[in-house]
Design a binder for this molecule. Structure first.
Ligand SMILES: [Ca+2]
Ligand SMILES: [Ca+2]
Ligand SMILES: [Ca+2]
Length: 244
């Protein structure tokens, strides 16, 4: 049996933040596809957004910094995940902070305002992997922009555009930590094929769901919630028995 690490924190809405962390998940399947953020991802799934909102809504997770006008010797860093940095910007102007990722990968920068964000590696302006609005009930985070950050020894320059009140909250989270496995449900019976899955932090492909264990994904009358019909040599309820 192969085991994978999965962060289930995003699913723990309403529970203690102390419960956040990796969990062991049994992995099955022989033809699973590792969907990457870059391969057609158009939006992050609710898992990472809900997680970020937990921290945004928790006053104990807030840190305050004052951005500088451009990169200077006193430009503050916003490196810590699971925090909301409340960034004060220069009045009516763009402010600069620094971000050094703890782990290389795709990083989501959630923000409390729809102001612009620009990330630079030295003189090079990086192209976002994606950006979209966020709508989570009761959450002040309204937009997210994802960047692929390859270096853990670089202080990336993050320029935050003008914002109402010269203040914007920023939550940075590593996208790969919020991947969820989805299973293909070809017969649309709400039970997925354990052998065909994707692992992604993005909105899943059409026809993919989190529930699995359909033993015949080409027949909607066969799945673990079906009623067994004895005497027909068919295991309708996928329990491995033809008699119950
Ligand atoms: Ca199915
Ligand atoms: Ca089925
Ligand atoms: Ca059965």
């Amino acid at each position: 049996m192969k085991m994978t690490m999965r962060n289930v924190c995003g699913a723990l809405v309403g529970l203690s933040l102390a419960a956040c962390g990796p969990a062991l998940e049994e992995e099955q399947g022989t033809s699973q596809q590792e969907a990457s953020l870059e391969a057609g991802c158009t939006a992050l799934s609710s898992s990472i957004s809900s997680h970020s909102c937990l921290h945004s809504n928790n006053p104990a997770d807030h840190l305050s910094v004052t951005a500088t006008s451009g990169l200077t010797g006193s430009t503050p860093s916003i490196n810590t995940s699971h925090k909301q940095y409340d960034v004060t910007l220069p009045a009516g102007a763009t402010g600069t902070v620094k971000f050094r990722p703890a782990t290389a990968g795709s990083w989501a920068f959630y923000r409390t305002q729809g102001n612009s964000i620009t990330v630079k590696d030295g003189a090079t302006t990086l192209t976002p992997a994606l950006s979209h609005t966020v709508s989570v009930s009761g959450c002040g985070l309204v937009t997210v922009t994802v960047y692929d950050l390859a270096s853990t020894t670089t202080d990336y320059q993050v320029d935050l555009g003008t914002a109402s009140g010269n203040l914007v909250g920023v939550v940075a989270e590593r996208v790969e930590d919020y991947r969820v496995r989805y299973y293909q449900d070809a017969d649309n019976d709400t039970w997925g094929n354990s052998s065909v899955s994707v692992l992604t932090a993005c909105v899943p492909p059409a026809g993919y769901i989190t529930q699995r264990y359909d033993c015949n994904d080409a027949n909607a009358s066969i799945n673990p919630s079906a009623t067994e019909l004895t005497g027909n040599s068919v295991d309708e309820n996928c329990n491995g028995s033809l008699t119950n």
